[in-house]
Design a protein around this ligand. Structure first.
Ligand code: APR
Ligand code: PHB
Length: 393
């Protein structure tokens, strides 16, 4: 078998890259370890930056998002009895974000790929990358009881943090940078109307809380919890009681509760590898970097990697500009590190760190200062709506 680009992983990174390339007549094959239904059962975040929305429109996969997604012009920060709205639109000269679940987006991308007749192999086992530092790389895998080898020009590693692509790069090539946080997020999805039309991020003495949503009838809430907490210890009742405690009284009284339809605990982590390329292999999205979810940047960073690799590959296949390939990693990393900084900063400012009373007072002073200052509010808002993509020379 032969194709131009093998894409490993059918999460949002792999699917979006596949769609953009396919629309330009570039042949791709996606290899996904799990079944389609499994990929679609994962509940992930749901805030899209304007540049991500624009890229989805460019890929012709934005129809349902434009109909059903919700444009948000602001969000609230709550702390020490104060509730402050960040008017994103005013503070950023008109920019907004789109609330649209990653699960829905993944479904739209899968359907667009199927409609276009582009090939995805689900349940591809033992994916193995060969000769990635040569001019003739290939990828082998097992499917339907057979071992298949696909020869290609380039490989896109879109297989998430636990994938095989990053691990295929020889020891000593990559440098990794990591920060782990001493808490996790307990998330609940419920078929209830959101407590407020916009997102609320709360720093409470008992810990962080976030009120988010997927639609007018589907809410997503999170609580900061200890890493030792067990999901079985959090009944729905406990969750709603704790959420109410961490919200301002006026918000808590209007909270509509109901049975959880998904409940999980996720640890928070920052992680980056450098460089994001080795030979003909390129790493994108969670395969190369993780952010804690407080800044809502995970999916958006994946999309900006996709945009960069797509533009480079187009110039390579159309104009033979192979010298651009080595710009992939530096272009991506300059945006990634700014989003890593913002996500780390929002996480540090909004969560309670066990035993750090001095740090808690500093947080209150920092939030008070930032939200009293136009410059402070602009700093949060312009990072939240997303920094511009770096142009390709
Ligand atoms: N072979 C083939 N596929 C694999 C392998 C493998 N060895 N390992 C993992 N995969 C698949 C996973 O099953 C998954 O479907 O790769 C896909 C990776 O998808 P994601 O984890 O969603 O990563 P990505 O597409 O980069 O999306 C990033 O997802 O986790 C969020 O915050 C993150 O929003 C961001 C987005
Ligand atoms: C979500 O809706 O899941 C969500 C929203 C904003 C965040 C993180 C998660 O910062």
């Amino acid at each position: 078998m032969k194709t131009q680009v093998v894409i490993v992983g059918s999460g949002p990174s792999g699917l979006l890259l596949g769609q953009l390339l396919h629309n330009q007549g570039i042949d791709t094959l996606i290899l996904e370890k799990h079944a389609r239904e499994h990929v679609l059962s994962r509940i992930r975040a749901g805030v899209l930056e304007q540049v991500t929305v624009d890229l989805l429109r460019e890929a012709n996969v934005a129809g349902r998002m434009d109909r059903e997604g919700d444009v948000h012009e602001g969000f609230d920060i709550v702390f020490a009895g104060r509730r402050e709205r960040l008017d994103l639109k005013r503070l950023t000269n008109g920019k907004t974000v789109m609330v649209y679940g990653q699960t829905e987006l993944t479904l739209d991308l899968m359907e667009a790929r199927e409609a276009a007749g582009a090939k995805t192999i689900y349940q591809a086992r033992n994916v193995h990358l060969n000769d990635i530092d040569s001019d003739a790389p290939s990828v082998s895998f097992e499917a339907g009881g057979k071992t298949v080898t696909v020869h290609c020009d380039y490989i896109a590693g879109c297989d998430g943090y636990h994938g095989v692509c990053r691990q295929s790069i020889p020891d000593g090539v990559l440098q990794s940078f990591e920060r782990v946080y001493p808490f996790g997020w307990l998330g609940v999805l419920s078929r209830t109307p959101p407590v407020s039309p916009e997102l609320i991020y709360a720093n409470h003495e008992r810990g962080f809380a976030l009120c988010s949503m997927r639609s007018q009838s589907l809410s997503r809430y999170y609580l900061q919890v200890s890493l030792d907490d067990n999901i079985d210890d959090w009944s729905d009742q406990c969750f709603w009681d704790e959420l109410r405690t961490r919200l301002p009284a006026q918000v808590a009284t209007s909270l509509v509760t109901g049975p959880s339809i998904e409940k999980s605990i996720a640890p928070l982590r920052s992680f980056v590898v450098e460089p994001m390329q080795f030979g003909r292999l390129f790493l994108l999205g969670d395969a190369a970097h993780i952010v804690p979810p407080t800044g809502a940047k995970g999916l958006n960073l994946a999309a900006s990697d996709v945009s960069t690799l797509y533009r480079i590959l187009l110039a390579v296949f159309r104009e033979g500009r192979t010298e651009l390939l080595e710009q992939y990693s530096p272009i991506c990393l300059s945006r990634i590190w700014k989003a890593e900084r913002f996500s780390w900063w929002m996480t540090s400012m909004l969560h309670r760190f066990p035993g750090d009373d001095f740090g808690s007072r500093i947080q209150m002073a920092e939030l008070d200062y930032l939200l009293d200052s136009e410059a402070g509010k602009i700093t949060i808002a312009e990072n939240y709506v997303g920094l511009p993509f770096e142009p390709l020379e």
